[in-house]
Design a protein around this ligand. Sequence first.
Ligand code: GCB
Length: 587
Amino acid sequence: MTVEDPFAHLHDEDYAAAFSRDWAGAGSLVDPGGRPVQSLDGEWEMTLDPFDEGLRQRWYALDEAHPENWTVPRDYDPGGADIVPVPSCWNLLRPELKYYEGAVWYVRSFDAAPAPGMRQLLQFGAANYAARVFLNGRFLGAHRGGSTPFTLDATHALVAGKNRLMVHVENRRRDDRVPMSHFDWFNYGGLHRGVGLMQVPALHIRSFAIHLAADRDDAVEVRVALSASVDAGARLRIPELGLDLAVAIVDGVGTARCAAPVALWSPERPRLYDVEIACGRDRVRERIGFRRIATRGTEILLNGTPVRLKGACVHEDDVARGRCTDAADIARRLADIKALGGNFLRLSHYPHDPLVARMADEAGVLLWAEIPVYWAIDFANPDTYADAENQLLELVARDRNRASAILWGVGNENADTDARYRFMAALADAAKRADPTRLVSAACLVNREKFRIEDRLAAKLDVIGLNEYFGWYEPDPNDLLRLLANSDPGKPLLISETGADAVAGLHGAETLLFGEERQAAFYRNQLDILRQFPYVQGMAVWLLYDFRSERRQTRFQRGWNRKGLVAEDKTTRKAAFAALRAAWANW
Ligand code: GCB
């Protein structure tokens, strides 16, 4: 018999190793594909754990159902914790948690009825930043990256009847993470998107991609990947077109193509088709739009026709709910960009809720979706690269069937070093490999000596993004004219950010910093200059709504970045809103 040292956990500084070795990644994702999911959203217990005592003391292994049988005290109280909603951000649940950065345990019980022979998959929408998941005392897996979904196979641990799910979520800012410790938005923590349980047949469809054929607009291609390396047959059906195509699957993967007279998707006519893929006992259903996005010289072509992107960046932030969002909130974003006369949103600076691309598909709004490779990432660290690439692949896997998503963003304002070049070039290549049907971009650099847009990464990109603040951080607006006249990017240039702060209701001369008139004049000046350069194919202004950022502490900001065209209530439009609409109308 082994004698257990009751104090061993106090001295075990390797306590997290067992839960940090294998991060569940894009390879384990199973696309829900419209299958029924048992929602586990709702009331959860929440216990604060700044010292990670739960991992050290193994709270997950305690017999929660019978605490009266515990022989030694443990610093955890099943049933005695706070009740909170999931999804949520803990920072907004209790005043004392506003700035908390650390670990929290989320715990809930649920009833399950696992059918024999079926796989039981736990689906998490997002947990910021790292999550460790335990079911009925067993460790199921861990995930890192705060904004992408993950799937954990719970088949071996789930029981018929009552189950106990415990999730350790931790949002410490660290230099080796993506983003690293320094960024210009609020570090909300928690299970901020939904959690659910999905039953699928043992052999099931893991992922699928459906799009126009590479070489013609009247044919579609499909790629289906199964959960196991077997030979099988699948079918792709688009009932409206009378299409029923056999897909031969070899070693778990199959591709097929066939003629299909699809009406192309565009912002003007966002046409979607009901699509179904069936394989054995499994079936997925989606609403899919078909369109082609490409570049030619300095043009961006949508379905072969040049398109100008008029858009705004937007953070996923809400006064009351933080990073959590819902259909009404997203509908407002889409309506506001249309009210501006725009057709485009840059979803900054991390993957947004999956509902955004679905609703943009319906509404006809084009999207840039990105990962938080932001500022001074630990570019020389291979593990940081693995984390970044996995976030990119999870984003691509999640949104690859959305017509609205046209651009993958692989980075934002990263200082030029060899390590940065290698890291970002590898990411751009990874995006192309995972999805050759879309464009890749990043917010690139300016050569300050030559005063030219010049970034060796540009060779790896389809569209060059440029964040510029001439007339705000760089005071002389005419420097923008000089920069663009000096530059010859040879590819489409997209102003991926430009903007100025304004406090809603603060009025004054056009020179008054933080005044509404200054912000409005800023956009008039910008457009006067940008319209002179045909290689500028669009812009995403910084940004639609004011958002929380603790870096911002002037009397005008008090913890908010005020560059919104609309105040943080998402309703009060500043003068710049109408000014930008007018300036865009004749661009
Ligand atoms: C930038 C960053 C963005 C900031 C913005 C600002 O260049 O990309 O994340 O929030 O400037 O307001 O300064």
